[in-house]
Ligand binder design. Structure first.
Ligand code: BYC
Length: 331
């Protein structure tokens, strides 16, 4: 399996135990780490990997929903969906900027994505087949994203934590617009209720996969918890998501596609069935239903935007040359 996050890595950092201990002391004291602060190379790489993956997820995540903007059932739904998809684009931009504070450029991150080296969330490799999928994405996918991202507002790295505050506020509007679509369908005609149920059937398990592998298989989990990049483990967040989402589904009168889902009085949590981890790793490694299409769409956007990047560079060079000429003339 490939691993991202090596871009821009320095190999010459001298990190003796005293340096690592002093850094951990700052983390344990809940101090925020800022871009120019000394930090272990592993901390920097972990953040570049996670923030880069997060940024790519937001941008690739515009594709499944963007697919339905022209087919939204009313002007009101279209306006809300347009705003949501634009918000996701904005989240990608804040996150690329947060990652850039760690010494990696957006171009490098994009090249890693297009080369298939950088990951993005597995959830965006599933197709959006009906309008109900837009409801299910808002309700479940944004719901899972909020569960994961609220604790990231307390991440030890300042720029990531601060970017998450606005992102979470916007995700909360996204989740409500999705749930409202599901509510309308679930209370509509039998065909509409069936569409809502079908969307729940297809999106439930992939939404649980968003939280990553079991804690026992999470490569980065323990270290990221020690560094307070992550505040909860993958399994803890998944359980919180199940506990808060099941009553919402029951309120809609829908059934979750998991015969093992039931309230466990003793634990004070819902028990649920085992995720299909073969499917998870297949999708993560590029074998999901939409992986090829998603990367092809990003490649096309990157190629078609080349002239904009070139024009911006040429403009910057002209301005610099003009400023230099004016300075020389003044001397
Ligand atoms: N999909 O050691 P682990 C959104 C990878 S978008 C793909 O547990 P970690 C939205 C993981 O990267 C929100 N890959 O990793 C947008 C690692 O591989 P590498 C997206 C996954 O980092 C539009 C390996 O598996 N949210 O809100 O400790 C519309 C082992 O995992 C996945 C974020 O990106 C996955 N699901 O924990 C609507 C949140 N899971 O890197 C909504 C930020 C794991 O060694 N990210 N992998 O090659 C995180 O919180 C953490 O990175 C994760 C994984 C919990 C996802």
């Amino acid at each position: 399996m490939y691993s991202q996050g090596l871009i821009g890595a320095k190999t010459d950092s001298a990190e003796d135990q005293a340096f690592l201990d002093a850094f951990q002391k700052r983390i344990d004291a809940e101090e925020k780490i800022e871009p120019n602060d000394p930090m272990p190379e592993g901390y920097r790489r972990t953040l570049v990997r996670q923030i880069g993956q997060h940024a790519h997820s937001e941008i690739v995540g515009m594709l499944p929903e963007g697919n339905w903007i022209t087919r939204a059932p009313s002007l009101r739904r279209k306006a809300a969906l347009l705003a949501k998809v634009q918000d996701e684009g904005g989240h990608g931009l804040y996150l690329y900027s947060a990652a850039e504070t760690l010494g990696v450029s957006r171009e490098e991150m994009t090249e890693e994505l297009l080369a298939g080296k950088a990951k993005y969330s597995s959830i965006f490799n599933y197709p959006t087949l009906t309008w109900a999928d837009i409801g299910a994405i808002g309700w479940l996918v944004d719901g899972a994203a909020i569960m994961n991202q609220i604790p990231l507002c307390r991440c030890s790295y300042g720029p990531y934590a601060r970017a998450m505050i606005r992102v979470c506020k916007e995700e909360s509007f996204h989740q409500r617009q999705g749930y409202e679509i599901m509510m309308t369908l679930a209370n509509g005609t039998p065909e509409q209720k069936e569409m809502a149920q079908d969307a729940l059937n297809r999106w439930w398990w992939p939404s649980l996969m968003m939280f990553g592998p079991h804690d026992s298989d999470s490569q980065h989990g323990d270290q990221s918890m020690r560094w307070k990049i992550k505040r909860f483990t993958n399994d803890e967040l998944r359980q919180q998501f199940v506990d808060s989402t099941v009553p919402q589904g029951e309120f809609l009168g829908l059934t979750f596609p998991d015969p093992n889902l039931k309230w466990n009085e003793e634990r004070g949590h819902y028990d649920f069935g085992e995720i299909d981890w073969d499917e998870f790793w297949r999708v993560v490694k590029g074998g999901g239903p939409m992986n090829k299409e998603r990367l092809a769409a990003r490649q096309k956007a990157w190629d078609e935007g080349a002239w904009v990047r070139e024009a911006a560079l040429a403009h910057a060079e002209k301005r610099k040359a003009r400023a230099e000429a004016a300075k020389m003339a003044a001397e």
